[in-house]
Every structure is written in structure tokens, then in C-alpha cells.
Design a protein around this ligand. Structure first.
Ligand code: SF4
Length: 457
């Protein structure tokens, strides 16, 4: 009983978080920055912050994450971090020669009031930025928001680089939100099947699921190029996947460069993928190709075949808002019952949308934005579930409550596969179903009496 002190009785807390359902802003900014080709993320703060951000990403993606730090000590904390950052920019371009340095702030540099645009201006004036190289920066104070906010802030900084030229480039910007590198690949594959020319940023495919070649490359030949990001201002339109992660960048492109945007849910499950495919179809002015229809048909087939094991099963979910909205919709559409839903990321709209999505269930649902996993555990103690879906930290609740667990979301620190097997699109829906059914049927096999122990399920 690792969480033996979690009481069943719930008392309202306003100033205490226990077992957070989020992590810190710079981790999101660092993940987004790795989706730019030739980019070295830079943490403007103490070494400890940077070590934490890097190690979390390394443990999740099982890839070495390179990042630099301003290495604040007492002096920088008192007098400001400008001198450290200027020295760092000089050192990084001299020693590692990246195309881009993507700087994000930390709690400390925000608290002492370091002004990134002013420091960048000074770096350019002092010729610490070689010709053709780029500096971008995002504010990521971790005492507000979450890793999702940090991701969104860095993507918005990318959109701020967009330039409007004389002509449209015939492409559609896709801002994919915080999904796995393989999910980004899958989104590009689906767009290509519909004949849509895509400019995706950020794009971590090939960066954080790179093959072992025997040769270390500090900057893989993958990710969105600075030229493409600048060119996003000439796109025909933008599809932003996920309100929390992608919408602000898309709206900035709209206001700055007059690139119209549509904000869609992440394409998890049947309905959200339908809407994504329909948006691509409308843009391309074409019909959905047979190959995509076959993939959809396979997902519908598996849902129909296995419906008896899914129907009415209660689920508890924890994760990030964009992922949870689409996943909840998927579960409701296959007659499962997501009854406890928590995200650590703030945003009132989340609770309203979950209420709308779960309305067809005709029963009350526990939902909390800016909640924590302690609360989720208490809800489960008060009304048990058949399945728990969430990140690795859920394993403590799963063990104590003897629940099957499907690992999904961020971070996954103790399993493999999430970087390589997409969960977006129709094929991703198959993967999600396979994982859920595997967990539910393993539990059925374990618990069934011998008289009902079936060979064929
Ligand atoms: S001090 Fe702030 S930025 Fe640094 S690791 Fe902690 S929460 Fe993150």
C-alpha cells in the first residue's frame, strides 16, 4: 500500500496539491523546441532545473536530450541572469554550432525579472549570434500553468517568427499539439494520403524516435526548419490540434499574417479523427481515399467485435486537457463510462467541455481542472472503476486499488512503445483499443472462476 494514507473522505483543498497531475512549464517548452531542426534548447535558470527537464524527457522518450543552461548561482539570483545568458549564447554557438537556440525561462529568472527580448537584442548588437543563426525565446514561469502551458508558449514563439510574403505557398500549417513523435508522423501520413501539402511545426518525428545508426548526431536531420516556420505566414490556412497546446500559435498566425485557422481536437478515437480527416478533405477539395476508409472500417470493426467487453466499463482518466477531451469522447462513443477525470492544467473550459461530452452517459461525472492525483484516488475509493488510464504515476493508484492500468500520456517512464506506435488516427484508435482490451481481458482471465475461464474471448 504505497498510498496508504489517502483517505476516502474528501475535504476541499485550495492551497495544497498532492501528487500533481502536471509537471513544470519548461519541460513543455523544451519538448516543443526539440521539434525545430538543429535546435539546442536552453534553460535560463539554475542547473537543477535544466537537469530535471532533460532527465524527464530522456526517461520518457528514451533518447539523450541535449540542452544548455544559464547555470544561475547566487550572483545571478541577486544581480540578474543577463551576463550568464550572453556568455551562454556565445559559448553555445562557438562550441556546438546549432542553427537555433530556443531559450525558455524558469521560476527564478522570471521572479528576478529577466527580460529575454532585451537580452536577445543585446546579444545581436554584441554580435554573439552568428549570421544565419536564430534565437527564439518563451516565458515559462512554472508557478503558473503546467508543462502544457510551456509547450504552448514555445509554439507561440515559433509562430511569432512567421513572415507574410507576396504569395501563398499552397501549404496548410499543422500545429500538432503535444503528441508523440510517431503521432506527428501519422498525422503527416494521413495528410499525404489526402493530398494535402503540410508545413508542420513543431515536428519531433525523427528527432525523439530516431534509429540507432552507430553514429551520434547531436542535431538529427529532422524537425521543422526555421525557413519553413517563417514560411508558415504564407500558408493557405492552419489546422491547430488541441485548444490548450496549439490554439494560441494559430491565432497569432491569423492576426499577424492573416492565415485563417481552425482549432480541432486532437485526432484520438473515431469522431475526432473523422473531424480531422473531414477538415483535410475540405481543404484538399477531394474525396476521402479508399485507403483511409479501410483504416476507419477496421477500427469500427474492432469496436463492434469487442463491444461486449467495453460496454458500461467505468474508467478513471488523468492527463492533459487536449488528450483527455478526445479520449473521453472516444470512450463515450464506444459505450464505456469515463466517470473520474482529472487534469493538473488550469482552464475552466475543460470542465465545461467534459460535461458536454459525457452528457449522453446520463449520470454525474467527477471532473476537475487544476486537480491532482490524490483527488483522483479519493474519487476511485468512493466509486470504483474497471480501468485506469494515465501516465506512469498512476501505477501507485493501480497497485493499491488493484486496477488494470493503460499507460497513456506524459510521462511514461517505465514502459516502451509510446514513441513508436501512434495513438492518433484510425490506426491509433486500434492501438488504444488493443491496449484497453488487453488490460480488461487479462483482468477477466485472472479473476474468472474456473467454470467461466474461456479459451476464446
Ligand atoms: S524551479 Fe521552477 S522551472 Fe525549475 S524545475 Fe522547479 S518548477 Fe521547474
Amino acid at each position: 500500500m504505497l498510498l496508504r494514507h489517502t483517505p476516502q473522505e474528501i475535504s476541499e483543498r485550495s492551497a495544497l496539491t498532492i501528487n500533481p497531475a502536471k509537471t513544470c512549464q519548461p519541460i513543455g517548452a523544451m519538448y516543443a523546441a526539440l521539434g525545430i531542426r538543429g535546435c539546442l534548447p536552453h534553460s535560463h535558470g539554475s542547473q537543477g532545473c535544466c537537469a530535471y527537464h532533460r532527465s524527464t524527457l530522456t526517461r520518457h522518450y528514451k533518447e539523450p536530450i541535449s540542452a544548455a543552461t544559464s547555470s544561475f548561482t547566487e550572483g545571478a539570483s541577486v544581480f540578474g541572469g543577463q551576463a550568464n545568458l550572453l556568455q551562454a549564447i556565445d559559448n553555445i554557438f562557438t562550441v556546438y554550432d546549432p542553427e537555433v537556440i530556443a531559450v525558455h525561462t524558469t521560476c527564478l529568472s522570471e521572479t528576478i525579472g529577466d527580460d529575454l527580448p532585451q537580452i536577445f537584442d543585446k546579444a545581436h548588437k554584441e554580435k554573439k549570434v552568428p549570421p544565419g543563426k536564430t534565437l527564439i525565446g518563451a516565458p515559462t514561469p512554472s508557478y503558473v500553468g503546467s508543462h502544457v502551458t510551456g509547450f504552448s508558449n514555445m509554439v507561440k514563439a515559433m509562430a511569432a517568427m512567421a513572415e507574410k510574403g507576396e504569395r501563398k505557398n499552397g501549404k496548410i500549417n499543422i500545429i500538432p499539439g503535444w503528441v508523440e513523435p510517431c503521432d506527428m508522423e501519422e498525422i503527416k501520413r494521413l495528410a499525404a494520403l489526402l493530398g494535402v501539402s503540410v508545413n508542420m511545426f513543431p515536428d519531433t518525428s525523427g528527432v525523439l524516435n530516431a534509429p540507432m545508426t552507430g553514429e551520434y548526431r547531436m542535431f538529427p536531420e529532422a524537425g521543422a526548419t526555421i525557413a519553413d516556420i517563417r514560411d508558415s505566414g504564407n500558408a493557405l490556412g492552419t489546422l491547430a490540434l488541441g485548444e490548450w497546446c496549439s490554439a494560441e500559435a494559430a491565432r497569432l498566425l491569423d492576426s499577424k499574417c492573416k492565415v485563417p485557422c481552425s482549432i480541432l481536437d486532437l485526432p484520438f478515437g473515431l469522431s475526432a479523427t473523422d473531424r480531422f480527416i473531414d477538415a483535410l478533405r475540405t481543404i484538399a477539395g477531394t474525396v476521402v481515399p479508399e485507403e483511409v476508409m479501410v483504416e476507419r472500417g477496421r477500427l469500427v470493426d474492432m469496436i463492434a467485435d469487442m463491444h461486449q467487453y467495453l460496454y458500461g466499463r467505468k474508467v478513471a482518466l488523468v492527463g492533459d486537457p487536449d488528450q483527455l477531451l478526445a479520449m473521453t469522447e472516444f470512450l463515450v462513443s464506444i459505450d464505456m463510462q469515463p466517470i473520474h477525470i482529472v487534469t493538473g492544467t488550469p482552464g475552466k473550459r475543460f470542465e465545461e467541455r467534459i460535461a458536454e461530452i459525457t452528457a449522453p452517459m446520463g449520470r454525474p461525472v467527477n471532473v476537475r481542472a487544476k486537480g491532482d492525483m490524490f483527488l483522483l484516488h479519493q474519487w476511485i475509493k468512493n466509486e470504483g472503476v474497471d480501468l485506469l488510464i494515465g501516465n506512469t504515476y498512476c501505477k501507485y493508484i493501480a497497485r493499491d486499488e488493484d486496477l488494470p492500468l493503460v499507460r497513456w500520456g506524459f510521462p511514461i517512464l517505465d514502459r516502451q512503445g509510446h514513441q513508436h506506435f501512434p495513438t492518433v488516427g484510425y490506426r491509433g484508435g486500434l492501438r488504444l483499443l488493443e491496449q484497453m482490451l488487453g488490460a480488461l481481458l487479462d483482468r477477466k482471465d485472472r479473476d474468472d472462476p474456473e467454470s467461466q475461464f474461456e479459451l476464446v474471448l
